[in-house]
Structure formats: structure tokens, C-alpha cells
Design a binder for this molecule. Structure first.
Ligand SMILES: [Zn+2]
Ligand SMILES: [Zn+2]
Length: 140
């Protein structure tokens, strides 16, 4: 998939043609990060950004609910959030900055932190009150 920030200073191709999984997170952190009602998390294998765009990337770090350091990469020019990751984990979370996202893909999203939801969760969607208990956490 083609990925870019709002101003296109950051452009790159995702390492797979589609996300491995999509989460829609209704937690308070995602509401503030997205300045909207929920956050979109597209899970891809970890990758490196092209050298040509690295000078336009900046990283902000926050502590997750599980107490780990989450690296949050954004565009220095327009401020769009691009990727979240935790050092040493094999996945990157793209924050909705891709072309070609379809309704069918988002229909299959897993809704997490639904106890904080301020919008309806689609009927039949896989959902969790907080996060699914798969040991690793940090899906946001
Ligand atoms: Zn930008
Ligand atoms: Zn969240």
C-alpha cells in the first residue's frame, strides 16, 4: 500500500499489500492522538523508512498502559502521526496514513477498549472491553 502523511513529505510503501490485522481502539489515548472518536491501527511487520524521508520524521515517546515505552513517529512538517512501535517488537502500527483502505478491510477490524467507546460498535464486530488477552498487549 502507498502510505503518506497529509503534506506528502513522508511517502513510503508498506512491506505487505495489506495489513496483517486492523484494530479500532476507543481508548482515551487514541482519542487525543487522533483528535477524534477512536484510533485506527494497521498492523504490519516492522520495516525501515527510506533514507530520503528520514530527516522529516520526528519521534515522541509515551508510556503505554502496560508500562512500556511506545515510540510515536510523526511528520515534522504537517504533524501527521505515521507509526507507533515498541522497541524489540516485530510489528509496526500504521495510523491510517495509507491509500487503498477499503470498507471491507475496516469491517474486519477488531474493536478494543470498547468500555471507552463514544460511537456505536458495528454488530458482529470482534470486540474487547479492554484488550484481547494475548500476552503482548500494546495494540494501540
Ligand atoms: Zn507531512
Ligand atoms: Zn487506544
Amino acid at each position: 500500500m502507498q502510505a503518506h502523511c497529509q503534506c506528502h513529505a513522508i511517502t513510503f510503501t508498506t512491506p505487505l499489500p495489506a495489513p496483517l490485522k486492523i484494530y479500532i481502539c476507543h481508548c482515551t489515548e487514541c482519542k487525543f492522538q487522533s483528535t477524534s472518536t477512536y484510533g485506527l491501527s494497521l498492523i504490519f511487520p516492522a520495516f525501515s523508512f527510506p533514507e530520503s524521508i528520514q530527516s522529516n520524521l520526528q519521534t515522541w515517546t509515551r508510556t503505554t498502559f502496560q508500562g512500556r515505552e511506545k515510540k510515536c513517529i510523526f511528520c515534522k512538517v504537517c504533524g501527521s502521526r505515521i507509526v507507533h512501535y515498541i522497541e524489540g517488537q516485530p510489528y509496526y502500527t500504521l495510523k491510517g496514513c495509507v491509500e487503498g483502505l477499503t470498507k471491507e478491510m475496516v469491517d474486519g477490524a477488531v474493536h478494543i477498549w470498547t468500555k471507552r467507546a463514544v460511537t456505536d460498535i458495528p454488530l458482529g464486530a470482534e470486540r474487547y472491553w479492554e484488550e484481547p488477552d494475548e500476552g503482548t498487549g500494546d495494540r494501540i
